[in-house]
Design a protein around this ligand. Sequence first.
Ligand SMILES: *[C@@H]1O[C@H](CO)[C@@H](O)[C@H](O)[C@H]1NC(C)=O
Ligand SMILES: *[C@@H]1O[C@H](CO)[C@@H](O)[C@H](O)[C@H]1NC(C)=O
Ligand SMILES: *[C@@H]1O[C@H](CO)[C@@H](O)[C@H](O)[C@H]1NC(C)=O
Ligand SMILES: *[C@@H]1O[C@H](CO)[C@@H](O)[C@H](O)[C@H]1NC(C)=O
Ligand SMILES: *[C@@H]1O[C@H](CO)[C@@H](O)[C@H](O)[C@H]1NC(C)=O
Ligand SMILES: *[C@@H]1O[C@H](CO)[C@@H](O)[C@H](O)[C@H]1NC(C)=O
Ligand SMILES: *[C@@H]1O[C@H](CO)[C@@H](O)[C@H](O)[C@H]1NC(C)=O
Ligand SMILES: *[C@@H]1O[C@H](CO)[C@@H](O)[C@H](O)[C@H]1NC(C)=O
Ligand SMILES: *[C@@H]1O[C@H](CO)[C@@H](O)[C@H](O)[C@H]1NC(C)=O
Ligand SMILES: *[C@@H]1O[C@H](CO)[C@@H](O)[C@H](O)[C@H]1NC(C)=O
Length: 718
Amino acid sequence: MALIQAIVGTLLLGSVLAFTPEQMLAAPRRSTANVNPSGEWALFTSTSYNWTTHKPSTKWQLMNVDSGDITAAPFDSGISEVVWVGPSNTSILYINGTNDEIPGGVTLYTADIGASNFSPTLVASLGAPFQGLKAVNTDSGAIKFIVNCLAYANNGSAYNPDLASKSRSTGQLYDANFVRHWDVYLTAERYAIFSGILSSGYGGSYTFDGTIKNLLWGMQAPVTRPESPVQPFGDQGDYDLSPDGNTVAFLTKAPELPKANYTASYIYLVPHDASLTADRINGPDTTAPDTAKGASASPRWSPDGKKVAYCQQDGIAYESDRFKCYFAEITGLHANVIPVAEDWDSSPAFLQWSLDSENLIIASELHASVRLWTIPIYAKSSYQPTNFTGPETTISDFAVLPGGSFFVSSASSWTSRMFYTIKPGEKPNVLFTANEADPELAGLGPKDVSNFWYEGGDGDMIQCFVFYPTNFNPDKSYPLVFNVHGGPQSSQGDSWSTRWNLRMWADQGYIVTSPQFTGTPSYSQRFTDAIQGNWGGTPYRDLEKLYEYLEANVSYVNTSNAVAVGASYGGFMMNWIQGQPLGRKFRALVTHDGKLSQESSYGTDELWFIQQDQNGTIWDNRDNYERYDPLFHAKNFSTPHFVVHNDLDYRLPIAEGVMMFNVLQSLGVPSRFLHFPDEGHWVLSRENSLVWHRAIFNWIRYWTGMEKDLLMDIVITQ
Ligand SMILES: *[C@@H]1O[C@H](CO)[C@@H](O)[C@H](O)[C@H]1NC(C)=O
Ligand SMILES: *[C@@H]1O[C@H](CO)[C@@H](O)[C@H](O)[C@H]1NC(C)=O
Ligand SMILES: *[C@@H]1O[C@H](CO)[C@@H](O)[C@H](O)[C@H]1NC(C)=O
Ligand SMILES: *[C@@H]1O[C@H](CO)[C@@H](O)[C@H](O)[C@H]1NC(C)=O
Ligand SMILES: *[C@@H]1O[C@H](CO)[C@@H](O)[C@H](O)[C@H]1NC(C)=O
Ligand SMILES: *[C@@H]1O[C@H](CO)[C@@H](O)[C@H](O)[C@H]1NC(C)=O
Ligand SMILES: *[C@@H]1O[C@H](CO)[C@@H](O)[C@H](O)[C@H]1NC(C)=O
Ligand SMILES: *[C@@H]1O[C@H](CO)[C@@H](O)[C@H](O)[C@H]1NC(C)=O
Ligand SMILES: *[C@@H]1O[C@H](CO)[C@@H](O)[C@H](O)[C@H]1NC(C)=O
Ligand SMILES: *[C@@H]1O[C@H](CO)[C@@H](O)[C@H](O)[C@H]1NC(C)=O
């Protein structure tokens, strides 16, 4: 027996290869699951990349929820979205991304996945690239649906770029802020929700009369025109259709406030037939509490069709304020808003109703992992729910199943996708986990990550995640990658990322640390708020304390052979520590899209963010901006520094990265600059990402003595 174990052990060791960027980028990326009404079937997509053909390929997959068996769905990647709706529990309505009659349009098909012959029927031809499909069966047998699309500003009709007339000039003239956002310049068109009806015809067929109505049309907009989904990340989660198909709830930014410097948004109701103009249920002069003034999220109809639940922040210009839960009792378009457990110090990300319409199932983050919680809708303000899922994975989406259990789509640093079912109080039943299915992820597991708590710069306990390389041996000493997350108000713990995959970074031969320093959400709202006006203050001291902790307490980390890396706020922090004593502790630094000059803050898109984080405008509160301005400390810059910055980053404009590189080179500090003309704040193309990883990994390995030379094949010199 011992002999067999020894052989198996050796074989395993020998067969476990380090996790590489090529593998991480090629490995299947699975969507969250879309579960059918009876809870028996789940659909999802899986997209892989092939380094020989340099092409991605997407397939649809169908899981039997009972057995976990996965088979190919009977359609290909030409289908962009599927909704379970129609006469049976396996009936679907889907968007086919092509339209043979109208270039740039899409088509709707009905089908039954449970039928022995999969034979879809074309039911509607839509003349623009509609997306975000939601649909319900009505009593008459018709299907009412909603979708979204850009709409013309002058008449509200759907905008099809393939058919739109093109101007002979490229000039764009503006009268108000918000010229550009994330990675695009704003044009006149805005996203709107459109409604349509598939009437039930002869023998179970459907007919479509071609009528599609813009539900946002006609709304009063003194300052900001309505737009739903809210850009750039909004999707069909920003709207919902009542179970009877008669009323649509959606959110749009506050029409009376300028879009660039306020986050506030409200929930509106509108009849599906557009017979009345949309009216709001929260915000000023409604039954919602006066304190609820900020951004709204996640409007969801109760299964009984009588209520809409949603979340809202208090702060009118604070994107990281705590979301609180509400529900509104609905009669017609009238609403009576009731807060739910409003003192709960947790910030819900999204929610669903229980099937009896009496509880909210809430996905909210605790200690850098999104978990599920149940709250009765009539819970008092002091009600404290408890999580019924744990920190093992972080939840991306979930569905409520008949019988009181839930279907969860989650991920962690060691699995890009896990599907499981869970009943509160019981153990999860894992149906699928990518690390056991994908050869690229073979060998990854929960053993690859742990965390500890240490005392931060101002006395708060800080949680720090640690990622280990393949075949980690605690008796050895490893060089350190000291990662500082972005946001700053977002966590980076035991989660999967294709942009900053810390488990894969570890396989370059490092221990990787990721502290959830002051400002990180999910540790109390006070802790999140404490980074205001304090960017280089408490968080910096939290990082100094972590370095000291690792030096004193963690024998397998060699702090004298360390590099520090970070993106966005983490990139700002790299630029900041470059001019501070902590910067001298590292062999090299890496900044991805970070800020060098706080004085150039107004080059950004979302002015609410800088004005909240620096606690005022630069003209009234200049000291706040100057206090932690890395550029002012340039004289001390001396640690080798790799700078990445992308041209389409309108959040932190390219000048920040170019300026940093110009300063480093002028001072004679060893440095490199990498940019992608076609990427924004994030590097998304896999080909670009591979270059990004190669160049950065070569840099950190060189400065920590693991590689003799710096890569020269992509370097452009004078
Ligand atoms: C769908 O499945 C549920 C649960 O199994 C069942 O009660 C219901 O009758 C089914 N509906 C149809 C239309 O078959
Ligand atoms: C990638 O494409 C090549 C060429 O078509 C093919 O031979 C190979 O099997 C593909 N690899 C994978 C993992 O599908
Ligand atoms: C999608 O539409 C194209 C033509 O527009 C058609 O050839 C194809 O069969 C459709 N596919 C499905 C699965 O509906
Ligand atoms: C709406 O306006 C656009 C731009 O002027 C025009 O191209 C389009 O034909 C109009 N649509 C309708 C339905 O009038
Ligand atoms: C927001 O922007 C508007 C329009 O530019 C301006 O009038 C207002 O003073 C700004 N408010 C804040 C708090 O910055
Ligand atoms: C809830 O979260 C705590 C803290 O992380 C954890 O110890 C506990 O196991 C979680 N509960 C469940 C049911 O997973
Ligand atoms: C080392 O760990 C101990 C126990 O957790 C802690 O009290 C001490 O402060 C740590 N040392 C440093 C330098 O952080
Ligand atoms: C730590 O790193 C330094 C610098 O590379 C090296 O000289 C030293 O030997 C390392 N210590 C251990 C224990 O590996
Ligand atoms: C922000 O500014 C307000 C008003 O000027 C002040 O009362 C508050 O203390 C400031 N907050 C921080 C964290 O500096
Ligand atoms: C540079 O570092 C020295 C020593 O820590 C410090 O006294 C000085 O103020 C720093 N200069 C700048 C511009 O930050």
